[in-house]
Design a binder for this molecule. Structure first.
Ligand code: NPQ
Ligand code: MG
Length: 367
């Protein structure tokens, strides 16, 4: 496939409400889109980097610079490209997986759209709809949290994830469990604890959580194995799992027994699928994380979440969880599920008028 060029477009999308985690509060998304133009089709990739390097070292301005200055020049050295070769071509550039993922996904979407093949079927999807969970931010009070969880359960979400941090953990979990009974419930600490908190985290054990996500710093993988010895709730890793190899190593030392898969964090959907396969081979279930994506990133996540070893509901929420207006036709919950797109590639594209209205800049880089 020949590349004619790539458009880098920035879009501001206000969140419907502030989203608070242990690393900060978000009130809007500033998203970088990569539009890959070829003679036969164009493809879209969404970069999941945040505005500030709080969840990971990448941030959106930096990602755009990396794409423009380092990734596209490497890609444009080749006049015949396939998505399966993109990661190898970009290998000289260290890290910057979210930037790489956006580029690879744009190429993959263009390639699959040109072939009339869906991302789901390309990746090996075995379902036509996926079970959806929702991630609930740190609230101002237990009462406010219970109201939010109630709203999401009414909307049909099949699993609730509570963000936790020291001072907001045991009591909110107890309150949600007591009020809503036997729901699927899990927590995400976004690295807010240390190994010295293991006994404290064990106080969550009586509440039958599905998992505790990333309690410790992303580089402290072995210490997660120590926590897993003390806490009986399964440990799931998110931030630490940046490659399929990292997943295999973490699992093999007992640092986690469940894996959160986020394609942006691992450099793309192809590495995400390999991670899924490695986890399946090691008997470890996975689920699909979320990065407050627009409909572009969401569509691709839903396709990925349709693979066999995605055994738990994902943070694949409906568009209206985060946005009053999505850049695509909105993803709407149907009995707690989202349907896997069936059109070519990611199966969707931005609505031109909405995209134009939300855009803050565009930049064309010819091959
Ligand atoms: C997680 N996501 O699982 C992340 C954290 C997160 C849905 O909980 C802007 C961009 C804001 C990415 C806030 C969910 C974000 C973000 C939180 C990711 O750890
Ligand atoms: Mg997480």
């Amino acid at each position: 496939m020949k590349l004619e060029g790539v458009e880098l477009r920035r879009v501001k999308m206000p969140l419907r409400g502030p989203f608070r985690t242990s690393f900060g509060v978000e009130t809007e998304r500033d998203i970088l889109f990569v539009r890959v133009v070829t003679p036969d089709a164009e493809g879209w990739g969404e970069c999941v980097a945040m505005s500030d390097p709080l969840y990971s070292s990448e941030y959106v301005d930096g990602a755009q610079e990396v794409v423009r200055r380092f990734l596209l020049p490497l890609l444009f050295e080749h006049d015949d490209i396939t998505a399966s070769r993109v990661a190898t071509i970009l290998e000289p550039i260290q890290g910057h997986r979210m930037a790489k993922a956006a580029v690879e996904t744009g190429v993959l979407d263009a390639e699959l759209k040109a072939a009339g093949r869906s991302l789901g079927s390309h990746l090996g999807a075995v379902r036509d709809r996926v079970e959806c969970g929702v991630s609930v931010g740190i609230a101002n009070s237990i009462g406010e949290l219970l109201d939010q969880v109630d709203g999401y359960l009414q909307a049909g979400y099949r699993r609730i994830k509570l963000k936790i941090e020291p001072g907001w953990d045991i009591e909110p979990v107890r309150a949600v469990r007591e009020r809503f009974g036997d729901i699927l419930l899990q927590v995400d600490a976004n690295a807010a604890y240390t190994v010295a908190d293991a006994q404290h985290l064990a106080k969550l054990d009586p509440f039958d959580l599905l998992l505790i996500e990333q309690p410790l710093h992303e580089e402290h993988v072995r210490e997660h194995a120590e926590v897993a010895e003390i806490v009986s709730t399964p440990i799931c890793l998110d931030e630490s799992i940046v490659t399929a190899r990292a997943a295999a190593e973490a699992i093999s030392i007992g640092a986690c027994s469940i894996v959160n898969i986020k394609p942006g964090r691992m450099g793309g959907y192809l590495e995400a699928r390999r991670t899924h396969d490695v986890c399946a081979a090691m008997g470890v279930p996975v689920w699909c994380g979320g990065m407050l994506e627009s409909g572009i990133g969401r569509a691709a996540n839903v396709a990925l979440a349709a693979l066999e070893n995605f055994k738990l509901p994902g943070d694949t929420s409906a568009s209206d969880r985060y946005f009053a207006t999505d850049v695509t036709e909105p993803f709407v919950l149907d009995d707690g599920y989202l349907h896997v797109p069936t059109g070519g590639g990611i199966g969707i594209a931005p609505v031109p008028e909405i995209l134009e209205e939300l855009s803050t800049s565009t930049e064309w880089i010819g091959a």
